[in-house]
Write a protein that binds this ligand. Structure first.
Ligand code: IVH
Length: 661
């Protein structure tokens, strides 16, 4: 049953009005920009069909951010512009071609840097001292928020001296809140019963636009610089280098490229890095490196022609939930899956998304027929965030979890403390086959030719029941099976033999332990160094591994304690040689290192990985034998201990210099 269009229009309009007020008046929207955009485009589509029924004011481009009355106004010496967006490589290439044509020349080198999602700020320095800081406001007039900016550690009050610079200049950049701090803050707010912030950007915008600087100071904010005004350089890259020298934090991943193809590669590569960054980014800013060319192109409206925001496709959208089905996974877990009206998300079309388990569906109050918010972040599997309850028509219906396994019809059960139902049939055809497929797959044991179809055939022929059986396969067992002659049989046996020596991370991943993906497998391998040590690891030891939380740790511990798995591993180890992880030699070889506090440009995991890649031993606590302590913002007692023991401490930047130089 479909909601009558008129009713749908009224509901959409009401919601969009509410979102406008939340965004522009209160700095605190309850939904992401992407969700807002997707509901507005639905309204726009309806307006095309029923023009008279839709409030046209809601469809135009919103001009936001008029300066708030409560602040002193600042007229910008040079307007603070915004950037035109492109969202696909094709659009980016079109920008490049169009701009080169206008310039009547090639664009030359392009400089690409992260587009941090925060609040644009301009800082005025005189004789190296910060004299004023302002928001962008409407681009011409902003708000004087100097006192608030003074509370941010990475906004330098006094700059390093550089002779060639004029006495007065401006530094432009973005104030943002690291994601971990944002989450921490929201957890605290939840405990106190305060309303939560929708995203780090709004939390930072709200914090900077406080009348009382003490309130700003309570929020952990950071500043990333990207531009200089009032200083002439010949390239944008030199601007960055000067900012670094002056003492600002800039994007350490920023780089210059010789052609647009290289920029596209870089942009694609960063998409996977994106989830691991300590702060929110929504794309890459690409600027013509040559300042003369850039200036010559001038501006169009509020946008410079010589730069563009190369954004990643939206990661969230709204769509219709048609049905909920139940899937049986590798570990026998039954997962409810949302069957969706296809929607374009983060570069792919999403038709199905996980609903995790029965409790999640109840907790999120999801009903079949709902309009739902779906999210797909990078490589992460798409998930349903929740329903937009305001858009319900009354025709939605509740979902009931099945009592039997949809694959083998055995009873299903749910253990105390567990969220998931599992098929009680240990030999459930569905999960065994998936386990086998996972084991042989590319990122796991990578056994060429042993794909899903062949596994099914071997299973049906009774040749394999578990992963260890794969290695006792003989040519004569395989010859004669459908599609297998002598040659293909000997090929597959050879392919299996070739993989009997395997690296530790691959082997760990291949086991198919719940919650252990490629990256976690690498972290475990790096920490324990051998399968033997990992098999014996206790829960507390597992929790010490970088990026391994309590859920993953207990899943790993349970896996290795299970007698059936111990037996399987013993059998597997008869055939498979697992190569020990070698210690890397590097700048930090033999040094023991501890991290404390919040880092600005790296996640804790990234920093630890960097240290390990340079040969260091990463530890959790400071002792007399610790060699180095890297101290971030708001450090805990570890920094005090380091001082007490006389252990050398480094700032994040000193650490980076040490390992990257
Ligand atoms: S350059 C012409 N570089 O994105 C404007 N902007 O619409 C100069 N932003 O409000 C912008 N990171 O605050 C530039 N590395 C970066 C940026 C960046 C974030 C923001 C900026 C502006 C918006 C562009």
């Amino acid at each position: 049953m479909n909601t009558a269009p008129q009713e749908r229009i009224k509901k959409l309009e009401e919601l969009i009005r509410r979102f406008n007020a939340e965004y522009y008046e209160n700095d605190n929207p309850s939904v992401s920009d992407a969700v807002y955009d997707s509901l507005r485009s639905e309204l726009r589509r309806l307006a095309a069909q029923y023009p008279k029924s839709v409030d046209q004011d809601l469809l135009g481009k919103q001009v936001g951010g008029a300066p708030l009355e409560k602040f002193k106004k600042v007229e910008h010496k040079e307007p603070m512009l915004s950037l035109d967006d492109v969202k696909t490589p094709a659009e980016f290439n079109a920008w490049e071609e169009r701009t080169a044509k206008l310039l009547k020349d090639s664009l030359g080198e392009l400089y690409a840097e992260l587009k941090v999602d925060g609040l644009a700020i301009t800082l005025l320095y005189r004789s190296g001292i910060l004299v004023r800081g302002a928001t962008r406001g409407n681009g011409t007039v902003g708000e004087d928020v100097t006192r608030n900016l003074l509370t941010i550690q990475s906004v330098p009050l006094q700059l390093n001296k550089i002779k060639v610079l004029p006495d007065e200049f401006e530094v432009r950049g973005e104030v943002y809140m690291p994601i971990s701090e944002f989450q921490k803050m929201n957890e605290e707010r939840a405990k106190e019963g305060l309303p939560l912030f929708a995203n780090p950007r709004n939390a930072s915008a709200g914090a900077v636009r406080q009348l009382d600087p003490r309130l700003t100071a309570q929020r952990p904010l950071a500043f990333m610089a990207y531009g200089l005004r009032g200083v002439k350089t010949s390239t944008h890259q030199q601007e960055h280098a000067l900012l670094d020298k002056l003492g600002f934090v800039t994007d350490r991943r920023a780089k210059s490229f010789q052609n647009p193809e290289a920029v596209v590669k870089y942009w694609e590569g960063l998409l996977t890095v994106r989830q691991n960054l300590a702060f929110q980014v929504d794309g890459v800013v690409v600027t013509i490196n040559d300042r003369n060319k850039y200036e010559k192109l001038g501006t169009i409206g509020n946008n410079p022609r010589g730069a563009v925001a190369f954004k990643w496709a939206a990661e969230e959208s709204t769509t219709k939930l048609h049905d909920i089905t139940v899937q049986v996974g590798r570990t026998g877990t039954l997962t409810p899956v949302a069957e969706l009206e296809p929607v374009h998300l983060a570069g792919t079309t999403v038709k199905r998304a996980t609903l995790h388990n029965e409790d999640e569906i109840k907790r999120k109050d999801i009903k079949i027929g709902d309009t739902v918010i779906v999210r797909k972040a990078g490589d992460i599997i798409p998930e349903v965030v929740g329903p937009v309850k305001e858009l319900r028509s009354g025709a939605e219906r509740a979902f009931h979890f099945p009592r039997l396994c949809p694959i083998c019809n055995s009873p299903i059960s749910r253990q105390a403390g567990e969220a998931a139902y599992r098929c009680t049939n240990k030999q459930c055809y569905g999960s065994t086959l998936l386990q086998l497929r996972h084991f042989t797959s590319r990122a796991a044991m990578d056994i060429v030719g042993l794909g899903p179809k062949v596994i099914d055939a071997f299973y049906d022929a009774g040749l394999i029941r578990d992963t260890a059986d794969i290695f006792s396969l003989k040519e004569e067992n395989v010859v004669g099976l459908e599609r297998f002659g002598e040659l293909s049989a000997s090929n597959i046996i050879r392919a299996i033999k070739e993989r009997q020596k395997v690296t530790l991370p691959r082997f760990i991943y291949a086991l198919g332990i719940r919650h252990v993906g490629v990256e976690t497998a690498q972290a475990l391998a790096g920490h324990f160094g051998s399968l033997q040590k990992l098999r014996q690891a206790k829960l507390d030891e597992l929790q010490k591994v970088a990026d391994v939380g309590p859920v993953v740790a207990s899943s790993v511990a349970e896996y290795f304690q299970n007698p059936a798995h111990q037996n399987l591993l013993d059998r597997l180890q008869k055939f498979v040689t697992v190569v020990q992880q070698e210690k890397v030699a590097g700048r930090l070889s033999g040094q023991s290192i501890v991290f404390t506090g919040t880092l600005e440009t790296l996640t804790r995991g990234e920093a630890q990985e960097l240290a390990r890649a340079n040969g260091a031993d990463v530890n959790d606590s400071v002792s007399r034998s610790t060699d180095l302590v890297v101290v971030g913002a708001n450090p805990g007692s570890k920094a005090d201990k380091a001082r007490q023991f006389g252990v050398k401490t480094l700032s994040e930047y000193e650490f980076r210099e040490l390992v990257e130089s």
